[in-house]
Design a protein around this ligand. Structure first.
Ligand SMILES: [Fe+2]
Ligand SMILES: [Fe+2]
Length: 260
């Protein structure tokens, strides 16, 4: 039987700064020996500065496994998110997703987007009333639609094992530990609605530094809050590793055709 196990290491909220070169390499470097892929769901830099991205790119380039990421709100702080993404992709080979997809070894599909805030379930903010408030809600609706489209694209390609990266939380379970008044600003269940339109093996997000490590969508997709400050405080780890079974499209159909 072919070995279809893929090990994904994940850590968010690296908040890389110019005064700490080598820090991320030291913290995440061991993942190269333990995992096949490194997933980085946002707040890669502290203030979204190109100089921070260059420091991070140097560190990530030394971690020699494929890397996939989305940006976080901090990466947008200086209005240079595109430059940050460009530096990380060209200098460190990071596959930056902004509503797009990336496929590892023709067998494991990644769909990712930053996401946005807006709250959860029947308390989610609705696009009604003032124009400003509507624009706020449209932002997360658009992010959710990008995610849904990316997941559908992977499914259409025959990639039945899929991983989602968002920076904002898609469920409130992984926010428990934060002040409850903050929950609506830390994520949106509209992201989970998009995730649950497909079967998803794991969702990684960050942003909630004081939340909880594990949760799930209503549809049962496992959700991991991998904000590094949270992992350090609650699990004494710098990253988590999740193993998934991922068959290539041809292998999957071949396996299904095997007699019992
Ligand atoms: Fe953060
Ligand atoms: Fe954040």
């Amino acid at each position: 039987m072919r070995n279809a196990t893929v090990r994904v290491a994940a850590a968010a909220d690296l908040h890389c700064r110019v005064d700490a070169p080598g820090r991320i390499r030291r913290l995440l470097g061991p993942a190269a020996d333990e995992a096949d892929v490194l997933a980085l769901p946002g707040d890669l830099t502290d203030h979204g500065l190109p100089e921070e991205a260059r420091v991070l790119a140097d560190d990530l380039a030394a971690i020699e496994i494929p890397k996939v990421a989305v940006l976080g709100n901090h990466d947008h702080e200086s209005g240079k998110a595109e430059e940050v993404a460009h530096i990380l992709s060209t200098h460190a080979g990071v596959h930056l997703l902004n509503g797009g997809t990336w496929i590892f070894d023709k067998r494991l599909g990644f769909a990712g987007t930053k996401g946005f805030a807006g709250g959860f379930g029947d308390c989610a903010l609705q696009a009604w009333g003032e124009e400003t408030l509507k624009r706020f809600v449209y932002e997360v609706i658009e992010e959710s639609m990008k995610l849904e489209t990316a997941l559908a694209k992977l499914e259409a390609l025959g990639l039945h094992t899929k991983i989602v990266l968002t920076h904002y939380a898609p469920v409130h379970a992984t926010l428990v530990g934060e002040k409850v008044e903050l929950f609506p600003f830390l994520g949106s269940s509209r992201l989970a609605d998009a995730i649950d339109r497909q079967t998803v093996a794991a969702v990684f997000h960050g942003h909630a530094h004081h939340g909880s490590p594990r949760g799930a969508t209503v549809g049962g997709a496992p959700v991991f809050n991998v904000a590094m400050p949270l992992l350090r405080a609650k699990l004494d780890r710098r990253y988590v590793i999740v193993e998934v079974e991922a068959m290539r499209p041809g292998e999957a159909s071949h396996a299904q055709e095997q007699p019992m």
